[in-house]
Ligand binder design. Structure first.
Ligand code: GLU
Length: 302
């Protein structure tokens, strides 16, 4: 149904410039671009360059070059997350004032040591949907003054969401509208279960806003109505819905697409240069050839 309202739809492709784009990115970018074009909506590009240690200008330049080569065009100027740190910082302060954040001081290695000790004793440590161990919940009750003293003394820490307190502030059960599907075929109205992620990081000294925080703030700031992205981010949507609810942000609708398999059947990665778009181009594959490759994997392009 192409109603007048659909002209107000806003799509975005939001790559992180920490590597070269591969076929999976091409699929996301093409779907967003074509769905926007089909309904007369807008197509935006956002550089998720929030992590200064991993983002590089040469990858950003390669993203523009590869997307232009694919024949896509996007609205300018491009939003770059590194230019909006104060905006994310203000939201972080709001969440602190709501009492749903706490500073976590354990390193990944220290968490791993606790996990190993518990597992060696026959216990089971809860893990998130990506398989990473959850942060120990007893760290929520660290004495606040002591923690602030450690921060003042320069001790490394990350601001984490106290999942229990956050969920207690959310008025009703969270869900989202899924036009694609999750890894288990979930579609339609999907119940969000952010508690599966435990106390997620929202800010670290080296990356002032985590992916989760920046993505929901930017989607709202840019008026995104439709988030179209890979299924690897399907479960993360639960955390996004929770943050949207806490911060009073609108919920876009979501469409998660299947992942393009790598040559060895594994997930495509930015470090595998053979499946990068640049490599396809250099081997003489045309943009139409990229679309044909994707269609060959069974993806329906509009
Ligand atoms: N920046 C994320 C990535 O490159 C995608 C974020 C999103 O589409 O929500 O994986």
């Amino acid at each position: 149904m192409q109603t007048a309202l659909s002209k107000n739809r806003v799509f975005r492709f939001a790559p992180s410039p920490n590597g070269l784009l591969h076929l999976g990115h091409a699929l996301s970018a093409i779907l967003n671009h074509d769905l926007a074009a089909a309904c007369g909506g807008r197509f935006l590009l956002r550089m998720e360059d929030i992590d200064p240690a991993r983002s590089r200008p040469e990858f950003e330049a390669a993203i523009y070059r590869d997307l232009a080569w694919l024949g896509l065009d996007w609205e300018k100027p491009v939003r770059r997350q590194s230019e909006h740190l104060a905006f994310y910082g203000a939201a972080l302060e709001r969440l602190k004032a709501m009492g749903v954040l706490y500073p976590g001081f354990l390193s990944r290695g220290e968490v791993r040591a606790r996990v190993l000790a518990q597992e060696a004793a026959g216990g089971v440590w809860p893990r998130d949907p990506d398989g990473a161990p959850l942060y120990p919940t007893e760290e929520r009750s660290l004495d606040r003054d002591r923690a602030l003293g450690w921060i003042a003394a320069g001790r490394q820490h990350a601001w984490r969401l106290d999942m229990e307190k956050a969920l207690a502030l959310v008025p009703e059960a969270l869900s989202w509208s899924e036009a694609g599907e999750g890894p288990e075929g979930e579609t339609g109205t999907v119940a969000a279960r952010p508690e599966r992620w435990g106390d997620v990081i929202l800010s670290r000294p080296d990356a002032p806003a985590s992916y989760h925080l920046a993505v929901v703030l930017d989607d709202a700031a840019q008026g995104i109505t439709d988030v179209v992205r890979g299924q690897d981010l399907f479960h993360a949507t639960a955390v996004h819905r929770l943050l949207q609810s806490l911060l009073g942000l609108p919920a876009p609708s979501y469409r998660h697409h299947g992942l393009v398999p790598g040559p060895d059947g594994r997930k495509l990665s930015k470090s595998n240069e053979d499946t990068g778009l640049t490599a396809y181009r250099e081997r003489g594959v045309s943009p139409a050839g990229i679309r044909a490759l994707l269609a060959g994997y069974g993806f329906v392009l509009h």
